[in-house]
Design a protein around this ligand. Structure first.
Ligand code: AHR
Length: 337
């Protein structure tokens, strides 16, 4: 008899516990995140930021899809979130066009969409976008190069560009921004090819550049850190020296810790930051929506520019003087990612 009572009590407790956990799960806000992929250090930091913010402890059920840099997979992921009837959808668009139909489907399903990092340029059927100004990053790179060349007495710029994934707003903005300054200053861009934001892509493009433009280039613009690492491997193999003490000025965009270590070591000459920690701002948007408030349509991340030397300490962008920070052990130690 006693034993049966104990069993009954245990069963009742178990039932209560499971009811409680169902209730707790029911309280979670379900967020579907269609992430670009896992192509770069930047992407790893962006994913981690989202996982940290949209955790169960913080009241979220994060449904994460790594779209492996495939736009078709990304559309499928968004449609999957609609079927699941998630509360919110976050999209980091691999490419900037081709979005209106699926965003209309989200709208019809009553699911708010928040765009993170890259932009969607052919539809405005989303609540907010949180990300970087890629055009400004490209202009910053150009303005820094102009000031650096003047300070160092470099008379001619013959640049090779390793672009990011074609059709992504990061590639479009950085390319347009840099080209704008290049045109104003009569620089020669010998070539500009797609390295897909990967180390392997950067290496492959740079290997072919080293063969085709042997002895002709003095600047390499890698549109992200990983491409820069690939470019270093290719230049090393081809016997081309780079960095502040080498023959080639090498710069990159992003600024994750591994490239900042290389910047400090003198492998690169400058790095233009792209901040991957946008998830906290996306969460603010969700909390505003939960509270019935209207979030801002565009939210820009704060970004800085870094160099190995203190030759150029500031650059002018859109009439505003912006600092260029010299990379030091202290600056490196304080980097958040
Ligand atoms: O969209 C941001 C870009 O995508 C980062 O520069 C790059 O590293 C990433 O893959």
């Amino acid at each position: 008899m006693k034993k049966r009572l104990v069993v009954l009590a245990a069963m009742t407790a178990a039932l209560c516990m499971s009811a409680l956990s169902v209730q707790a799960e029911g309280d979670l806000i379900t967020v579907g995140f269609a992430q670009v992929g896992h192509e770069s250090d930047w992407r790893t930091a962006s994913t981690k930021s989202a996982e940290d913010v949209f955790s169960e402890e913080n009241g979220y059920d994060l449904q994460f899809v790594d779209c492996d840099n495939d736009p078709a997979t990304q559309l499928e992921a968004v449609r999957g979130f609609i079927e699941q009837d998630v509360d919110y959808i976050i999209i980091d668009p691999i490419v900037s066009t081709g979005w209106d139909t699926v965003l209309t489907e989200c709208e019809d399903a009553g699911i708010p969409v928040i765009v993170i990092d890259r932009t969607i340029d052919d539809s405005d059927k989303y609540v907010s976008w949180v990300g970087s100004n890629f055009l400004t990053e490209g202009i910053a790179c150009g303005q820094w190069l102009k000031a650096y060349a003047e300070a160092k007495g470099i008379e001619e710029i013959n640049a090779l560009v390793i672009e990011g994934t074609k059709g992504s707003s990061a590639q479009i903005g950085r390319t347009d921004g840099f080209n704008q300054v290049a045109e104003e200053n009569g620089w020669t861009i010998l070539d500009s090819q797609d390295g897909d934001f990967t180390q392997a892509g950067g290496q492959e493009v740079m290997e072919s550049y080293c063969k085709s433009y042997e002895g002709q280039f003095n600047v390499v613009i890698a549109q992200n850190d990983n491409e820069a690492f690939g470019a270093m491997d290719a230049m090393k193999a081809a016997g081309v020296s780079y960095g502040p003490n080498g023959d080639v000025v090498l710069v990159s965009f992003d600024g994750n810790k591994p490239i900042m270590e290389s910047l400090l070591a003198g492998d690169l000459t400058a790095v233009f930051e792209c901040n991957p920690l946008a998830a906290p701002d996306v969460e603010k948007v969700i909390q505003q929506l939960e509270a019935g408030e209207e979030p801002e349509k565009e939210i820009y991340m704060t970004e800085s520019w870094f160099a190995n030397e203190d030759v150029v300490t500031s650059i002018e962008i859109d009439g505003e003087e912006q600092p260029v920070t010299q990379m030091t052990e202290d600056v490196l130690a304080n980097r958040a990612y």
